[in-house]
Write a protein that binds this ligand. Sequence first.
Ligand code: AMP
Length: 119
Amino acid sequence: MKEPPMSKTLFEKIAAREIKADIVYEDELVLAFRDINPQAPTHVLIVPKKPIPRIDQAATTDQNLLGHLLLKAAEVAAKVGLQASGYRLVINNGRDGGESVPHLHCHILGGRQMTWPPG
Ligand code: AMP
């Protein structure tokens, strides 16, 4: 019997243009768009188009994709004007990590001084 198709994640729907977003970068592997609820003057999410739920479910076969995601995160940070001032990259994993969308994403936050320890 054929398995029913898995439903799309929120970020797959954004990639498919089924949900509107302010997209700042796209290639065949990743998509970057502005966060709907920004936590800093500049807050962009970069996601793999492949719906890996979270970093602890990534496989060794995802190594190139994850490297691409991080390199593109730095490129996107520069594209949105954060290279000179600096920025923070964040990946939330699971409940205590504060993950709310089960599709791997890296936050790019900048435009203000970040504090440590994080909240
Ligand atoms: P996390 O809490 O790490 O899972 O991050 C999920 C992020 O997705 C949050 O910062 C949300 O504000 C953001 N988000 C949720 N829905 C949308 C949307 N439709 N467009 C852009 N960002 C979104």
